[in-house]
Every structure is written in C-alpha cells, then in structure tokens.
Ligand binder design. Sequence first.
Ligand code: FAD
Ligand code: NAG
Ligand code: NAG
Ligand code: NAG
Ligand code: NAG
Ligand code: NAG
Ligand code: NAG
Ligand code: NAG
Length: 563
Amino acid sequence: MAPSLAQLLSLLPPLLLLSPARALTLRSDASSSLPTLKHELRGASACRCFPGDPCWPTPAQWKAFNSTLGGKLIVTVQLLHPKCDALQNIWFNPQTHIDSPSSVMAQYFTNNSCNPFLPDSASLNASSASDYQKTIAFIQQHNIRLVIKNTGHDYNGKSTGAGAVAIWTHNIKLMEAIDYHSSYYTGKVMKMGAGVAVHEAYEFADTKDVLVVGGNCPTVGLVGGYTQGGGHGPLASKFGLGADQVLEWEVVTGTGQLVTATPTQYLDLYWALCGGGGGIYGAVVSLTAKAYPAVAVAAANMTFFNNGSNADQFYDVIATFQESLPAMVDAGVVVIWLLTPTYFALMPATAPGLSKASLDALWKPTIDKLNEHQIQYQYYSQEFPTYLESYKAMNTPWEVSENQVGGRLIPRSLVEKNNTALMSALRNLVDGGTLFSGVAFNVNHSVSSPDAVAANPYWRELIFDAVLGTPYSYTDWNANVQYALEMTNDLLPQLEKLMPNGGAYLNEADFRQPDFQSVFYGSNYGKLNAIKAKYNPEDRFYALTAVGSDRWTQRQDGRLCRT
Ligand SMILES: Cc1cc2nc3c(=O)[nH]c(=O)nc-3n(C[C@H](O)[C@H](O)[C@H](O)COP(=O)(O)OP(=O)(O)OC[C@H]3O[C@@H](n4cnc5c(N)ncnc54)[C@H](O)[C@@H]3O)c2cc1C
Ligand SMILES: *[C@@H]1O[C@H](CO)[C@@H](O)[C@H](O)[C@H]1NC(C)=O
Ligand SMILES: *[C@@H]1O[C@H](CO)[C@@H](O)[C@H](O)[C@H]1NC(C)=O
Ligand SMILES: *[C@@H]1O[C@H](CO)[C@@H](O)[C@H](O)[C@H]1NC(C)=O
Ligand SMILES: *[C@@H]1O[C@H](CO)[C@@H](O)[C@H](O)[C@H]1NC(C)=O
Ligand SMILES: *[C@@H]1O[C@H](CO)[C@@H](O)[C@H](O)[C@H]1NC(C)=O
Ligand SMILES: *[C@@H]1O[C@H](CO)[C@@H](O)[C@H](O)[C@H]1NC(C)=O
Ligand SMILES: *[C@@H]1O[C@H](CO)[C@@H](O)[C@H](O)[C@H]1NC(C)=O
C-alpha cells in the first residue's frame, strides 16, 4: 500500500535544496554567514515553521487538511525518477514541468540535485477560490510557508520553496468570451481561470473571432506570472502589455477574503496586480481581459550568418536593423530576434493588421544593407487570415531555457541617439559567447498614463527588452555558479552603464540584480510595498525578488526567516 501523505511528511528529513539565498550570499563571502547567525540567535519564531520543527503539523492534522480539501493534496515528489539520465531526457520538454505540481524550469534552483524537483511539502491541486481559502487558513494556523505555482516558468524560482504548501493553479482552466459593460469599458472580453496557458487562450479566442493579448511562448501561464508581471508578446505594439488589458481580477487576499478588484473597487489591489509582480498581493482565481476584433496578420522570419571574416559587415547590418526598429514598432509590429556568435535569427516579426507588402517595406533598410555587404540571407514573409495561423506557422517551438538569464529594458532614446555605443556593447557581449535575445515593441500609447497600472513605467520608453543568456551546464555545477556571478558582475553592467537609472523586466532578469527594487519596479516600489502590506498583514506571500522579499531571507536549509 502506498504511504499516506501524513506518513510521508512525518518521515521527511529537513528538506535540503538550493536556497537562492545561498546563491545570493556567494556575492560576498565575507558577509555570507552573518544573516544565518542572526536568525539562529533570534530562534525559530522569526521563521516559517519547517518540517521537523515541533510546530510542524501532525500526521492527523495533515490528514484532516487533506479531507477538508476533498483529497486534493499531493505530496510533491512527482518528478522522482529512477534514473537521472531518463529524467534529463524529458527535462527540456516544458510539459514535464507544467504537469508537475512542484517542478520548476529554472534548474539553478534545484541545488545540483539529481532529482530536479523541489521538495515543497505538499501541493494543493486547486480548483476553486474556496480551495485557496482553506489553504491560506491552514498555512496561517501552522505558520507554514506558502507558494503559488502555475506552470513553473519563472526564471527566478518564484514558484517554488522548501517546506511550503503550494497552491497549484494549473488545472483551473475556465475560459469565457463575454460582452462586457462597465463605466470604464464596453466591448468583448475574455475571462480566464488561473491555469490558462497562452496557447489555450489563443486557440479559444480564435474560435470566438477575437484577439487576446498573451506571450510569445505558448506554455507560459497567461493569468499567472505573465500578466501579473507585465507581459509582452506578439500583439504588444498594437494593444499594449498584458497588464494593460485587465478589467477584473478575482483574487483571494492574504486574509483569505475573496474579492473582485477592478478600476472601481479595490483599485489599489487591481493596480498592483497589473504588472507589480506575480505571487504576492493575493492568489488570483481568474482574470477578465479586453479582447479585440480579429484581424489578418502578416509575419516574417529571417536568418543570416556571421562566419568570422564578415563580422564587421554582420554587425553593420545589425546596427541598421536596430535603427529600423522605431518605424517597425510604431507601425504595430513586434520583432523577436536572437543574436549568437554565429548568426542572427528573426523569430518572427508579427504585424497584426498589416499587409505583407507593408511589412516587407519595413525590412527594406536591413535587406538593402545585407545586399550592400553581399551577405547571404533567408527572408520569408506571409499574410495569414488569422493571428492563430500566423502564430502557429511562424513561432519556433520553445524548449526550457538552457541558459541563465539577465535582462535590461533598452530605451528608444539610446537606439535613436547612441546606437554606436549600444552596438559596441552588444558586440562585445555576443563575441564573448553571451546569447542575446531581443523583443522590440512600443507600448507608449496603450495606457492613459504610465501610472495607470503598476508595470514598471520604464516600459513606456522601451524600444526593446534585451535578455542575455549564459550557458547552463547540467554536469558542472561550479561552472553555473561562475556564469551566474559573471552575469551580475560583468555582463549586465556593460549594458547598465549605457542607461543609468534604467529598468529590467522582472520576469526576464537576473535573480541577483542589485537594487532590484528600483530596477524591476521603478518608482512604484514603495506604493506596491504598502499595498502588499494592506492585503497581507501577516506577510504570508513571499517570492525571491518580489516586492517585500527583502524582509525575508532563505537559509541554507531552505527555511524562510525574517531578515
Ligand atoms: C520559455 C519562456 C518563455 C517566456 N516567454 C515570455 C513572453 O513571451 N512574454 C513574457 O512577458 N514573458 C515570458 N516569459 C516569462 C514569463 O512571463 C514568466 O516566467 C512568468 O512568471 C510565468 O508565469 P507562470 O504563471 O506561467 O509561471 P510560474 O513560475 O508558475 O509563476 C510565476 C510567478 O507568478 C506567481 N503566480 C502564478 N499564478 C498565480 C496566481 N494565480 N495568483 C498569484 N500569483 C501567481 C507565482 O507565485 C510566481 O511568483 C517566458 C519564460 C520562459 C521560461
Ligand atoms: C546542496 O547540496 C549540497 C551538496 O549535496 C549540500 O551539502 C547542501 O546542504 C545542499 N543545500 C544547500 C541549500 O546548499
Ligand atoms: C488525500 O486524500 C485522498 C482521498 O482520500 C487520497 O486519495 C490521497 O492519497 C490523499 N493524499 C495523500 C498524498 O495522502
Ligand atoms: C488535479 O485535478 C484535476 C481536476 O481538477 C485532475 O484532472 C487531475 O488529474 C489532478 N491532478 C493530479 C496530479 O492529481
Ligand atoms: C563569409 O561570408 C562572406 C559573405 O557574408 C563571404 O564573402 C565569405 O567568403 C565568407 N567567408 C568564409 C570563410 O566562409
Ligand atoms: C520561416 O517560416 C516558414 C513558414 O513557416 C518556414 O517554412 C521557414 O523554414 C522559416 N524560415 C526561417 C529562416 O526561419
Ligand atoms: C555614446 O555613449 C558613449 C558611452 O557611454 C559615450 O562615451 C558617448 O559620449 C555617447 N555619445 C553620444 C553622442 O551621446
Ligand atoms: C511616449 O509618448 C510621449 C507623449 O506622446 C512622448 O513625449 C514620448 O516621446 C514617447 N516616448 C516614446 C519612447 O515613444
């Protein structure tokens, strides 16, 4: 007979995993032991209750909790696998992580463990607001750490935690197209449950002849970290960020209250959830977002190569391409590209409402430059009757990122006024082996003012979101630690110095980013912190690099304690 949840939990040793805090302390060896010492002196009361502590729920209490939830509690050992090799083969398939209540894609947060799962204590396979409420009551009663996990895409390990009870939202798949009337919006909308993925929303919208704003990546959770963190995607230049689309959030707050936050009620909570970062203002049950009449879509892709001897010409083309971006994004185009030491790949450019001819004309400066330098290229463009067809034909399949990431929001003014300096920094990074990916768009006019939602106001100045990637090794852990340090201390600063007081996308950034409060949240940090405190008086919601996370430190054993 399989052991019960209660038996398993009582047998668990103190859970060991990589603490992001440990990684954080690598930055300064001298001070790394200090925070731990301080907590030891203060005693366990300053910490969340951890497996093995006297305060940890008894087997009977776990059993009772499971039964109030109708048996939906899962011990999170789903990715335990007899052989590491077998697991590594399936690791790169996002579905492995999406189907698991506990596994996350950012392998760095697994402490070089053969079993790439993180030992949450238990996950609730949630299906309703009342499931959320019961879980919040339980973690409050027992002082246990809480985590909200949707797809596990978060690069910063925000959807995992040792000794936590996780609310797993993946199976909440409600989707409805509604004619909506309110004082602030009249028109088509889509209501989506917490577990809806980007591709599911696109497919449903297509059947209703509407467009819904989502990400480039099909498997990202639209209602979770994506919209709550800002959210960019192929329709951003035309309609704005994901966070700009929100009309209503159904959300359970830190006190267990279910509320509907809109521009006219719980405005502060509504505002914070629109781009202020996932996982910390409340547990979202559903999102109601604007939907737009369907239009035809043109899209293009392109590749050309840097073979070493044509490197100067190659980068000259890239410079011309960057200078053409303002015209593209102003025409409603979103451009996604990858730059590696050996090639440039456009993957793709999406132009809702534009003809193929108009899109081709926007690429003319780049193509002329390629011809001038006699660089061979492949360029392909097509007009599609629907967004979904364009998306399916032109998007390259995504795998779990094999890179450690860092990011920077590149302001339009830099490309317009000093593209030379930007190009020289990019070339230096890429020549050094750093992968670079860019997503260009214009969201300057999609909100009445940059303060209308909590998304970093710096988005409104953007020409492109730059994401840097360093290699990730599944066999050499020390190399990963070195690469992570290099990202923080050497690579990102090369971009940062070109745009002092700049920003980064909190969902695609370095988890060790210095001054993350201002870099990720801009001038909104203080206000967001106050809203978090208002709806979470006991500070139950925590995620690394999230608002208020500086009040907590994760110890080496994974235990979460007040800083
Ligand atoms: C391969 C890949 C491609 C990506 N492409 C894009 C892109 O095109 N555009 C873009 O903007 N971003 C993109 N991202 C970044 C993505 O938006 C973030 O990783 C985001 O956090 C994912 O949200 P999730 O809910 O799917 O993931 P999770 O890791 O499950 O959750 C992320 C955060 O949101 C919180 N959260 C999740 N659900 C809820 C809920 N119901 N209530 C409250 N908090 C919740 C979690 O606690 C966590 O803090 C990409 C990431 C990857 C790995
Ligand atoms: C990580 O793994 C090492 C080696 O297996 C182990 O000593 C350590 O306790 C683990 N946990 C953390 C958070 O470092
Ligand atoms: C929770 O209860 C259900 C229904 O009794 C049971 O099937 C399930 O195994 C329990 N969870 C665990 C992990 O014990
Ligand atoms: C979670 O619940 C859904 C129903 O909401 C069910 O289909 C699914 O099998 C459950 N998953 C696990 C891992 O228990
Ligand atoms: C590199 O590419 C250029 C054109 O882009 C070509 O003229 C040159 O012959 C190539 N060199 C090598 C070594 O392949
Ligand atoms: C461009 O897209 C077309 C249509 O999907 C595809 O056949 C082709 O391989 C792609 N080309 C490049 C260079 O990505
Ligand atoms: C461009 O940036 C470089 C590096 O920051 C700086 O030295 C140079 O003065 C700038 N040029 C202009 C025209 O702003
Ligand atoms: C954004 O719009 C404002 C007001 O129209 C304008 O002043 C500003 O230059 C624009 N910024 C960008 C980056 O387009």
